[in-house]
Design a protein around this ligand. Structure first.
Ligand code: FAD
Length: 494
């Protein structure tokens, strides 16, 4: 149980009323449910001091860095590979995520449009198959991380406005495959048969999605790569990247190739700064539910789920029967992760709880044992990329927005190929930008306050819309009018 934990009886008030959680700042601890689960596992073997040199220096002990190490060490066991992690493995988003392992990229339809139409189905298959590849490695390497391939159900579940979002989502997944197929929207009766939500208006199912405890996946992967000879240096922060070497808080290391895998923490390195910015996402988790309570939710296949709300929610039911529910993105001014106080986080967690209970009123009295936050990496074009800079010996991937758990596997495989200068099906994909064209993948963001104002303008209507629709005091006609106005504004979707 973490410091916000509250095991209590079913009538215990949610833990969010207490001073909450970790601030997800660079040095702040990870106090998620997943981090609690990690405490039961033995520590990873410690390296004493960084080496004087290595062939490949990977910066970041999250999934991108570790998947890269995994495939690189498999493809060329003679390589000397070091992973430098400023904190501990799974400190970042990989140890805090909602746990959807989803075979889709943010901005996928746009990425597909860059490809020859004949190649689009292959590219879509490569993305979708990354879920099965994660499942294969988890099984072969025996990583106990609760991997469960139950598919995804997106539901217009609380108010009629959400049907429009559902239709847009169905159109997007039809295009993501590069083909204009029709994706079926289930009628209310079939929706209700899948999930016992408050107002089942329609749903779309998507098979390429699994759920996982992301921290145990990250930790398990670290253990495997260490066993293969990869050196892991926790508590070793990279301060500067220069051609042929990196400077860390524990000394300088010469290396042939550097792979920055720092995602939302891009601001810590001058090579990546301003190209990916951090946006908070917030999560709450219930205590394990009784079998009767679990059965009352539907979701019999433990599908990942989302209501189609403008605050981009995501949920899963864990192996031990908890509901984990996240959403509500926001950008701290200047990308400063230490700006929010515990009260700021608590407000956001309470708001999420209201949405969860509006979605599943059955959960009104379910105790909330964990509430945490983490940062997603947002690139200027809102779609991920892999960039190479052969002159400077850099290969860099990320910018997943909110879909990094499966994508990091795909990108890890691709980065491994690029490091070894192999031309493969993966290196020809449209998210790999030509050598040196860093701006094509990760254009610099506009300076503050412009980006804060722009993202606020996108995020505020989403929250206002939710508040209006959940209001118990506004008359129905006022709610409908205000909601219609707010829904017409663009919002930031995950
Ligand atoms: C709250 C939340 C919910 C999410 N939910 C989902 C989800 O359900 N499904 C999904 O697909 N995606 C989700 N995501 C996104 C996903 O978690 C990320 O895209 C993915 O984990 C990124 O992995 P990464 O290895 O690139 O980055 P990270 O996991 O953030 O790892 C980067 C690591 O680099 C380290 N580091 C940073 N700077 C330095 C430095 N200078 N020197 C050394 N080390 C450094 C950090 O400490 C960190 O451990 C979520 C993210 C958040 C925050």
């Amino acid at each position: 149980m973490n410091q916000q934990g509250n095991p209590g009886s079913p009538h215990t008030p949610p833990a969010m009323d207490r001073p909450v959680v970790d601030r997800a700042g660079f040095g702040a601890p990870n106090d998620s449910l997943w981090a609690d689960n990690l405490r039961a596992l033995p520590d990873l073997p410690a390296e004493n001091s960084p080496p004087g040199s290595c062939d490949v220096a990977i910066i970041g002990g999250g999934l991108t860095g570790l998947w890269t190490a995994y495939y690189l060490s498999q493809l060329d066991p003679r390589l000397t590979i070091s992973v430098f992690e400023a904190n501990r493995v799974a400190h970042g988003a990989s140890g805090r995520a909602g746990g959807w392992v989803m075979g889709a990229l943010d901005g996928q339809a746009h990425l597909m449009s860059r490809l020859d139409p004949a190649l689009r189905p292959t590219a879509a298959r490569i993305v979708a198959d990354s879920v099965a590849e994660v499942g294969r490695v988890v099984s072969v390497e025996d990583i106990a991380c609760g991997f469960h391939h139950g598919g995804l159900v997106r539901i217009a579940a609380r108010h009629p406005r959400q049907v429009k979002t559902l239709q847009a989502y169905a159109a997007a997944i039809a295009q993501e495959g590069g083909q204009d197929e029709t994706v079926e929207i289930l009628d209310p009766a079939r929706t209700a048969a899948i999930a016992a939500v408050r107002r089942p208006l329609g749903a779309v199912t998507y098979p390429h999605c699994a759920t996982v405890d992301p921290a145990r996946l990250t930790h398990g992967l670290a253990r495997i790569v260490i066993r293969r000879g990869v050196r892991l240096h926790q508590g070793c922060r990279v301060i500067r990247i220069e051609p042929g070497r990196i400077e860390t808080n524990q000394g300088t290391i010469s290396c042939r190739i550097v792979v920055p895998a720092v995602e939302a923490y891009a601001g810590t390195l001058s090579s990546t700064r301003e190209r990916i910015i951090p946006i908070y996402s917030h999560i709450i988790a219930t205590a394990p539910l009784t079998p009767v309570m679990l059965a009352s939710l539907g979701l019999r296949n433990r599908e990942a789920f989302s209501d189609c709300s403008a605050i981009s929610t995501y949920g899963q039911i864990t192996e031990d029967g908890r509901v984990v529910f996240g959403g509500l993105s926001d950008l701290p001014f200047g990308g400063r992760l230490d700006r929010y106080t515990p009260a700021d986080f608590a407000r956001r967690h309470r708001f999420l709880h209201r949405v969860l209970v509006d979605l599943f009123p059955q959960l009104t009295d379910a105790p909330i044992t964990h509430a945490w936050s983490g940062v997603l990496g947002i690139p200027r074009f809102f779609r991920p990329a892999i960039v190479r800079d052969a002159m400077r010996g850099l290969v860099w991937g990320g910018g997943y927005v909110g879909r990094g758990l499966a994508a990091s596997n795909l990108f890890g495989r691709t980065i491994a190929d690029l490091v070894l200068e192999r031309t493969t099906e993966l290196t020809r994909m449209p998210w790999v930008v030509p050598d040196g064209a860093v701006d094509k993948g990760f254009r610099r963001w506009e300076p503050e306050p412009l980006r804060w104002i722009a993202t606020r303008a996108l995020l505020t209507p989403a929250v206002a819309l939710e508040c209006t629709l959940m209001s118990r005091t506004l008359p129905k006609c006022a709610r409908t009018l205000i909601a219609a106005g707010l829904a017409a504004l663009p919002t930031l979707k995950r």
